[in-house]
Design a protein around this ligand. Structure first.
Ligand code: 5GP
Ligand code: ZN
Length: 113
């Protein structure tokens, strides 16, 4: 997707504060943090949202969760954090490239609203 913001960030065409990168996954700081630590973890391949996860592309999603666990351990917040993925307009998704928000460093409330 040539006009996708997160495809461009994953390729380094738009600058970001990188937290982690490998062949499949890119993680970077959210530009508008909602917690003291707010990291976005994305697949490098364009997948629209959780609603577009299939048996063919689910491998990268499993890998993303391994990466999230690794980042949490490295950054010292394994004890408590939140992972969120908004889906579609009603779900509050504004960038239509699959991403997982990793939020840490404060008490979380429920329901999220
Ligand atoms: P969504 O609303 O789709 O669940 O999440 C999109 C997230 O991307 C938002 O939290 C927003 O702050 C973040 N975001 C939007 N544009 C940029 C950008 O150019 N750079 C970074 N680092 N984050 C962005
Ligand atoms: Zn994309």
């Amino acid at each position: 997707m040539s006009d996708c913001l997160f495809c461009k960030i994953a390729k380094g065409e738009i600058p970001s504060s990188k937290v982690y990168e490998d062949e499949q996954v890119f993680a970077f700081l959210d530009i508008d943090p909602q917690a003291p630590k707010h990291i976005l973890v994305i697949p490098k391949t364009h997948i629209q949202s959780v609603a577009a996860v299939t048996p063919e592309n689910a491998g990268v999603v499993a890998h993303i969760f391994e990466v999230i666990a690794r980042i949490a351990a490295e950054q010292g917040f394994s004890e408590g954090f939140r992972v969120v993925s908004n889906v579609g307009e009603q779900g509050g998704q504004t960038v239509h490239h699959l991403h997982f928000h990793v939020l840490a460093g404060r008490d979380m409330t429920w329901p999220p609203g």
